[in-house]
Design a binder for this molecule. Sequence first.
Ligand code: ATP
Length: 926
Amino acid sequence: MSSSADSEKIQVFVRCRGRNAKETSTKSAVVVQVNNDIGNEVVLNPSDELGVSAQLNSKIYQFDKVFGPITDQRAIFQGVASPLFDEFLKGYNCTLLVYGMTSSGKTYTMTGECSTLENEIQSIGDRSGIIPRVLVKLFDVLNDAGQKGDFIVKCSFLELYNEELKDLLAEDSNKKLRIFDQKNEASNSPTTPGNKSSIYIQNLEEVILKNADHGLRTLYKGLKLRQVAATKMNDVSSRSHTIFTITLFKQNHDTGELFRISKMNLVDLAGSENISRSGALYQRAKEAGSINQSLLTLGRVINLLVDKTQQHIPYRESKLTRLLQDSLGGRTKTCLIATISPARINYEETQSTLEYANKAKSIQNKPQIGSSVTKEFLVKELSSELSRVKADLQANRSKEGVFIDHDNYRDLMKDIQEYKTEIEESTRSHDIVRKQNDSLRAQLSAAENLVNDQLTVINTLNSTVEGLHNKIDLQKENEQNLMISSSKFKDIVNKMNQNLLTFKVYENQTKETVLDVIENSFHVMTEKILETIKTSSNNANVDEDLKKIEQSQHEMVSIFQEKIFQAHENAAKSVAITLPQSVSEFGSSFKALEDTLKSLIDDLNASFSNLSRENNEFKSAVNDNLFKNHDDILEAAILETNKKIEMDTNVILNQFVDILRDNNVKQQKLIHDEVNAMMSNIIHAERSHLDSARLKWDNLTRDTINICDSRIEKGRIEHNKEVKNLLTKWKDLSVSVFNSAKSQEDELKDISTIAKTFVNDKNIGSIGKTIRGKFSEINQMNSNLTDTLRSTKAGIESVGEKLGTDVLKTHGTSDIGSTKINEILDEIETEQTQIKKNLLPTGKTPRRVDSMKISSKLNNYNNFNVQKSPPKFHLIGQRFNSTNGEEKENSIGQSKRKASNESTIDNINKFQRVSNESRIPKRRFR
Ligand SMILES: Nc1ncnc2c1ncn2[C@@H]1O[C@H](COP(=O)(O)OP(=O)(O)OP(=O)(O)O)[C@@H](O)[C@H]1O
C-alpha cells in the first residue's frame, strides 16, 4: 500500500520582504542582500563598509530558493507550494511551515491578505496566500474532466496558543482538544501500512469541503475566529501557531475500490522574536515564554535531528513538536519558508532566523506515500458521521430542553468527568503548593527571627567597631607621634651627616694644608737648601750645610706637625663639641620612638583582647540564642499564615465557582439561543412541509362537518317527529293511566264499602280468625303494592326527566301520570289506615274484601306499565356522543323498568294467590 522512498532533506526557502513603513521612517539601513526576484543566496552584512572589507564582514547563506522583495504571492505559490501540492496529489503527506520574526510576512505568505466578510469572499486575488491558492487549485484539479475517480476533501484548522489547542472551526468552543498517539495496526485498519504511530486529535472538527468556495469560506471563518481572539487578547496572532490541514481521500485509478489518504499541513508559526526586545511584561513574558518553549523545542528538535548521533528526539516536550513529529524526520515531505526583514533594526532576529533555517536544511525525512482505505470503510466512516449529525438533529426535533444525542451526551459527560478530575488534580497540586508555601513561610519566619538575632549581634558588633574605631584613632595619633619622632630622628641623622661633612672639610683643609706645606714651604725650603748647597758648593763645609738643612727640615717638620696637630685639634674640638649634643639628641629621639612603639603595641594588644572578648561573646550569643526558644513565634506565624492562605484559597475557589457559574449561564444561554434558532428553523421547515397536508385536511374536515351537519339536521327533524309521536302516545298513556287510576279509586271505594259491610256481617265470625290472619298478609301485599306503585312513579319520573322539561313544555304536556299515581298511593294509604282502624281497634273480624277486584285493577295498571316501555330518544346537541352510550343508557333504563314491572307483577300474583286462598262466597253489598 505504501511505497518507501529514500531519505531526502527538507527544502528550505527564504522570503525577504521590502522595508516596511516603520523601517523606512526610522531610516534603518538594509543589511540583507538578496536578488530582487529569485536567487539562492542571502548575504547578511551589518557593517556600513563596502567592497572587500564588506565581503570580509558579511555572512553568506545558501538555500533552495531565495525570494526577493519583488516576488509576488503567485510566484511564491509556484516556487514552493505548487511542487509540494503535486506530491500531495500523488498521495504523500506534506507539510509547509513558515518561520520568522513578527511582521516578517509569515501570515502574508501563508494566508495572504483577504477579507473575512462572507459576502466579499469570491475567489483568490493578487494578495492571497498559499492556503487559498492550494484550495482553489485542489478543486480545479479534482474537478478537471481528465481526472477520474471519486474524492473527498476534508479540512481542519487549529490554533496552538500558550500550549493550549483551540479548534478554529468548532461550533462548540468548549470541547477540549487532546492529542493522542494512535497506533495504526495493519490488521485493524486497512488504512496504514505496518505498525506506525500517528497523532490523533480528539474532538477536532473536520469539515467536508464541497468545493473551493466552501473551502475558502471555511478558512475565513477560522481566520475570523482567530481575529476575534486577537483583538480580545493583544497580539495573539504573533504568539500563536496555526495549522490548516487538508485531507484528501482520492480514489486510486489502479485499485478502484481503494481511496488513498494524503494530508497537507500548512503551518503558520508564532513570531520567533526575542521577548526581551518586545518589552514583554511579566504575564506576557510568561505567555511568550510558552510560545518560545514551543519554538525552543522545535529548535532543539531540529538541532538533534541534524546531529546524527542523537537517538532520542524530544518531540513530546511541546505540543507543536508533537503535532509536527511526522513532518520533522518522519515520513512527510516538508518545506520551510523563512521570512525575513531586510532592515538593520531586525538584524539580530534575521540572523537567528537564517541560522535556524540553515540548520533545518540538514534534516532528513523519509517520505512515503500515505495510506489507503477501502470505499466501504470510507462510506462507513461518512455514514457514522452522518448518523451522528442525524442523531443530533433528531434529538433536537424530538426533545425539549436537552438537544443532544446519547453518544454525544456520553462524550460530554466524559468531558465533564475529565474536567472534574482536572479540578481535583489542580486542587491536589494546589494543596501541595500550599504545603510548600507553608513550609516556606515557616522558613521565612525562622529566617526573619534569625535576621533579628543577627541584627542584635550586628548592633553589638557595631558598638565594638565603634570602640575599635576609637582605638584606631588613638593608634593614628600614636602613629603621628611616631612620625614626628622619626622625623626628629632624621634631623639628627642629618645633623650628624653635616658634622661628618664638616669633619670632611676639616680633613680636606688639613690635606690642603699638608699639600701646601709640602708643595710650598717644603719645596721652597728644599730649593733654598739646594741653593744654599749650590752657593756653598765651593764651600767645603758640606756637613755643616747638611746640618743646616737637617735643622731647617726638622724645623719645617715640626712646623708641619704643629700645623697638622693644630688642624686635627681644631677638627676634634669641633666634633667633640657637636657630637655629644647630636648623640644625646639621637638618644632622646630614639627613646621617644621606643615609647611610642611601646604604647602602640600596648594599644594593639588591648584592641586584640577586646576583639577576642567580643568574638567570644558573639560566639556564645550565636550558640546560645540562635534557633532557640522560637517555637511559639513559629507556631503563631504558621497559624496566621495558614489562615491567610485558607482565606486566599477560599477567595480563589469562590472566584472559580463564580466563573464556572457564569460560564454555565453563558453556555445555557448559548444552547438556548442555538436551540431556539434551530427549532424555529425546523418548525418553519416542518410547517412548509405540513402546509399542503393541512390544506387537504382542512378541506376534508370542512366537507365531513358539512355532511355531518346535514345528517344531524335530518336526524333532528326525524327525532323531533318521533318525540312528538311519543308525546302524543305519552298523553294517551297518561289519560289511560288517569282513567285506570280513577276506576281503581272507584274500585277501592267499593272495596272499602264491601270491607265495611264485611266487618259488620255477623255470619262470618267463624272464619273471622283465619281471615284476620290472611288480612295481615293482604296488608303486607298492600304495602308491597305501594312500593311497586312508588317504583312505577320513579320510572315515570325518570322517563319525564329523560324527555326533558323543555320538550314537555314545548309540547304543552304535564306530568299527569306521576301525579295520578301519587294520588292513588295516597288513597291506598288512607284506605289501608281506614281498614286497620276498622279492624284492629275493635278486634272484630274484618269485613270481607273483594280482593279479586283489587287485584285485577292493580294488575291492569301494572300490565299497562310493562307493555308501555319508555320511548327511545336521542339527546339533541351532543353531536359526537357514541350510540353505544345511548344504547347502554337505554338498556339500563329498560332493565330497571323491567325489574320494577316484574316485581309489581310478582306482588300482584302473590296478592291474587292470597286472595284466592281466602276466597269466600262472593256477595255484593250496596
Ligand atoms: N512580501 C510582502 N509583500 C507585501 N506586504 C507584506 C509582505 N510581507 C509582509 N507584508 C505586510 O506586512 C505586514 C505584516 O505581515 P504579517 O502579518 O504577514 O507578518 P507575520 O510575520 O505573520 O507577523 P506576526 O508574527 O505578528 O503574525 C502585513 O500588513 C503584510 O501585509
